[in-house]
Design a protein. Structure first.
Length: 520
């Protein structure tokens, strides 16, 4: 037996590749070889913080601290654990934390729209101003292939309702959406009664102003000194700068309503300033696309007097004056105004109005539709203002003949409630296009009028509907007439007018010639 064991040990030693006789040198290494081997163990790789020498030292230290009998079996496991504690983690070992998506920020911005400040009572008295049904308007526009996405319409309806509850205006409606290069504008039209009251108070205060003596300028004092010395005065120029055209009064004309805008339904509504005639006149001579920033400058010639919010307000006034229409006989003037036959913009709905049929509303003659917004004159106002109106006290050399020269032919425009059939054509193009949303089911269809002068302006209306109800017991058919008074004006576009021809900007003025120098 002993001979067999010894023979097996000899075979295992000769067959093993790690035999001590083959790999271990009998001679002791010198100091240089020892240092070279230690330096090799101390080398660090880019992926590891510690060297092999440190790892072996920690492994031996751990073995000496623990008194386990199965340490030899767990040697590989212990080495792996020590390596994980000391070695850095690979970048692809742990998943990166994903950045918050844009939808999350959008959802957070929508949260304030759904928050209720205080619980409303069960029986709440209705407000004087009914909130516009934005969802119904866009549902009708959807039948015509127009409008906005449903999610955007829902947010817009909630935002308008919240705005109306905070302002409680006299009248409110969603005017439309103006596209911009970077951001868009949502526009709301509001008629505020308190603005008219404040304006009436200001006018009463201005009727009896307390005039204060104006201080004399240095030029006037020098002229009086020269007159006392009896010295010939220099000739004075009679030229006076033209007075700027005053804007329409608050609550009238182009400033009849107030407009609020925002870039998103989740943002606050910002009030636009009142428009001036100069801004309207200059906006007719330039072409500018909105950027979405109300304070951005407008680079144009002639220079526009204001920033983008003023330009946007001028374009809104122009679009409203041209495309705000209603079915004929829907509005009527008050009896007092009809007797006076004076220009007025106040009209009331006709209680005896009977809606027209859908085919009458979509008639291409446009005789069943009228303008119920005041026409803007070339002067930039809805009512003409005489620029030569002066008081005798303002002029030193006042002559009665100046009264004749001060009388100019006033500018006039079409009166209110003028039919659309009198609108001028754009070259050979009709100013309006009419159609019906559905020819298959005309009883539930809408009449759509689209402006060709201001692309993006639409008017949608429903006509009277006749429903046939049959009684099976008596075999009779009854006709039920349902009257609908629904119509709405809306604008969705770039706020640019169709000219019919290519736009040619106004040329710059000629450079003045210098005064010739030299002998006379």
């Amino acid at each position: 037996m002993e001979e067999e064991v010894s023979s097996q040990n000899e075979r295992s030693q000769t067959s093993s590749p790690f035999s001590l006789k083959d790999n271990v040198s009998e001679t002791v290494p010198d100091s240089f070889t020892y240092l070279n081997a230690k330096c090799m163990l101390l080398e660090k790789t880019p992926k590891m913080k510690s060297s092999l020498y440190d790892h072996l030292a920690q492994l031996i230290k751990y073995i000496l601290k623990t008194d386990e009998e199965s340490i030899m079996e767990r040697l590989g496991e212990i080495s792996v654990k020590l390596k994980l504690l000391t070695c850095p983690v690979a970048p692809d070992f742990i998943k990166d934390v994903p950045e918050p998506a844009e939808q999350l920020s959008v959802a957070k911005s929508e949260v304030p729209l759904y928050q209720v400040q205080s619980k409303a009572p069960k029986f709440q008295t209705p407000a004087l101003t009914s909130c516009p049904d934005v969802a119904r308007v866009f549902y009708a526009l959807e039948q015509a292939g127009l409008g906005l996405p449903s999610e955007e319409v829902f947010l817009l309806a909630v935002s308008v309702k919240k705005f109306a509850s905070g302002k409680n205006p006299k009248k409110l409606r969603f005017w439309g959406k103006v596209y911009g290069i970077h951001k868009n504008y949502y526009v709301v039209e509001v008629e505020e009664e308190h603005r008219i009251r404040e304006m009436s108070q200001e006018t009463t205060e201005d009727e009896n102003p307390q005039k204060k003596p104006e201080p004399q300028s240095p030029l006037q004092e020098s002229d009086e000194a020269l007159e006392s010395l009896q010295i010939d005065l220099l000739p004075k120029s009679d030229w006076r700068p033209q007075q700027p055209t005053p804007p329409d009064e608050v609550g009238r004309g182009t400033n009849k309503a107030v407009y609020y805008v925002c870039n998103s339904p989740t943002e606050e509504w910002i009030k636009l300033p009142d428009v001036t005639p100069t801004q309207i006149c200059v906006s007719r001579q330039i072409r500018h696309l909105c950027t979405g920033d109300l304070e951005s400058k407008i680079e144009s010639f002639p220079p526009f007097p204001g920033v983008e919010k003023n330009y946007l307000r001028a374009q809104i006034a122009r679009i409203s004056a041209t495309t705000t229409i209603s079915p004929i006989n829907y509005y009527q003037f008050e009896e007092e105004q009809m007797e006076e036959n004076a220009f007025s913009e106040s009209f009331v709905p006709n209680p005896e109005y009977e809606p027209l049929s859908i085919y009458e509303l979509a008639d291409s003659s446009l005789a069943n539709w009228v303008h119920h917004a005041a026409y803007i004159l070339p002067q930039g106002r809805t009512t003409w203002w005489n620029p030569r109106t002066t008081e005798p006290s303002d002029l030193e050399d006042y002559d009665e003949d100046m009264e004749e020269t001060a009388e100019l032919e006033p500018e006039t425009g079409p009166p209110l409630l003028t039919p659309l059939s009198e609108d001028e054509e754009i070259g050979e193009i009709q100013p309006w296009s009419t159609r019906i949303t559905s020819q298959l089911v005309p009883h539930y269809a809408y009449a759509v009028l689209s402006s060709n002068l201001w692309p993006g302006s639409h008017t949608i209306a429903s006509g009277r509907q006749v429903h046939h109800v049959s009684m099976l017991s008596t075999r009779r058919i009854f006709c039920v007439l349902r009257l609908h008074r629904f119509f709405e004006n809306i604008y969705i576009g770039w706020a640019q007018k169709f000219l019919g021809t290519n736009f040619s900007p106004q040329p710059a003025p000629k450079i003045f010639e210098e005064f010739p120098s030299g002998p006379e």
